[in-house]
Design a protein around this ligand. Structure first.
Ligand code: SAH
Length: 239
C-alpha cells in the first residue's frame, strides 16, 4: 500500500478521518521537510514510508486523546523540533491555532517557512519553555499542550503545565514503556497542578512501534515559581 494511503487507512481506523486536501497538505509538508533537510540537518527520518508513519501518522495520533476536536482550540507544541506534532496538526485542524516552541534557531526558521508556504494559522517561536512559561502572553494561555521526545514526564510536566488554562490538557507522546515514568512523575504533577486523566495505548502500523499518550489534566494552578530558570527542571527534577 502507498504510504499515504496507509496513513489515511490507519487514521480512519482510529476514528480520525483524513480528507484529500489534508493528505495533499501532508505531502507538501513532507517535500518541504526533504528540501529543508538538504540545507540544514532537521530530522534523520527521511525515508518516505518511515516519515509518513513516524512523523505524520504519529503526530495526528494525539487527536485520539482530544475530545471535542471541532472546537477552535489553541495549542502549544513544546520542543517541536522541525514541527512534530505541531505542523501536521495545523494542516489537519484548520480551525485550530498553534504555537511551536523550539530552542534551536534553524528548526524555528524551517517551521515558519512551512507555515508561510502552506498558509497555516500558527507561529514558531525561538526560545525555551522555562522562559516562555513565565511570560504572561503564554502562561495559562493554551487549551492543549503537546510534547514528543523532549524529556521524561516529571521534567516535561514542569515545562508544559504552566502553559495550560485551567481544565486544559497536556498530552505527552511516549513509547509503550511508560509506567515507571508515570509513577516517577506523580509528585511533580501534584506540585504543578496536574493529574493523570488517562493513558491511551496503541500501535503504529507495520511494526513502527507501540505508543502511549499520557493525558494530563490541569486540575489546579501551577505555583508562580514554576517553571524554574532554564536548565533547572532537568538538572534538579521534581521527584
Ligand atoms: N518534538 C520533535 C523534536 C524532538 S527533539 C519530534 O518529536 O520530532 C527535542 C527538541 O526539543 C529539540 O529540538 C530541542 O531543541 C527542543 N527542546 C529541548 N528542551 C527544550 C526547552 N526547554 N525549551 C524549548 N525547546 C526545547
Amino acid at each position: 500500500m502507498d504510504p499515504w494511503q496507509l496513513l489515511s487507512h490507519h487514521a480512519s481506523d482510529w476514528g480520525i478521518p483524513v480528507d484529500p486536501a489534508t493528505l495533499d497538505g501532508f505531502r507538501r509538508l513532507y517535500d518541504l521537510l526533504l528540501e529543508g533537510n538538504r540545507r540544514a540537518n532537521l530530522t534523520r527520518i527521511t525515508d518516505e514510508r518511515e516519515a509518513v508513519v513516524k512523523h505524520f501518522l504519529d503526530s495526528i495520533s494525539v487527536l485520539r486523546a482530544v475530545p471535542d476536536r471541532q472546537a477552535p482550540f489553541r495549542f502549544i507544541d513544546v520542543g517541536a523540533g522541525p514541527g512534530f506534532p505541531g505542523l501536521p496538526l495545523l494542516v489537519m485542524q484548520r480551525h485550530w491555532s498553534g504555537t511551536m516552541l523550539e530552542a534551536t534557531r534553524k528548526k524555528v526558521d524551517f517551521m515558519n517557512e512551512a507555515i508561510q508556504a502552506l498558509g497555516l494559522s500558527g507561529t514558531a517561536l525561538h526560545g525555551r519553555a522555562e522562559e516562555f512559561g513565565q511570560d504572561p502572553a503564554h502562561r495559562g494561555a493554551y487549551d492543549l499542550v503537546f510534547a514528543r521526545a523532549v524529556a521524561e514526564l516529571n521534567v516535561l510536566s514542569e515545562l508544559c503545565l504552566p502553559f495550560l488554562k485551567p481544565g486544559g490538557r497536556f498530552i505527552a507522546m511516549k513509547g509503550a514503556n511508560v509506567d515507571a515514568e508515570v509513577a516517577g512523575a506523580q509528585k511533580a504533577l501534584k506540585v504543578l497542578g496536574g493529574s493523570i486523566r488517562e493513558i491511551e495505548r496503541f500501535a503504529l502500523p507495520e511494526g513502527f512501534g507501540e505508543r502511549a499518550l499520557v493525558v494530563v489534566e490541569k486540575v489546579g494552578p501551577t505555583p508562580k515559581g514554576y517553571p524554574r530558570r532554564a536548565g533547572q527542571p532537568s538538572a534538579k527534577p521534581l521527584c
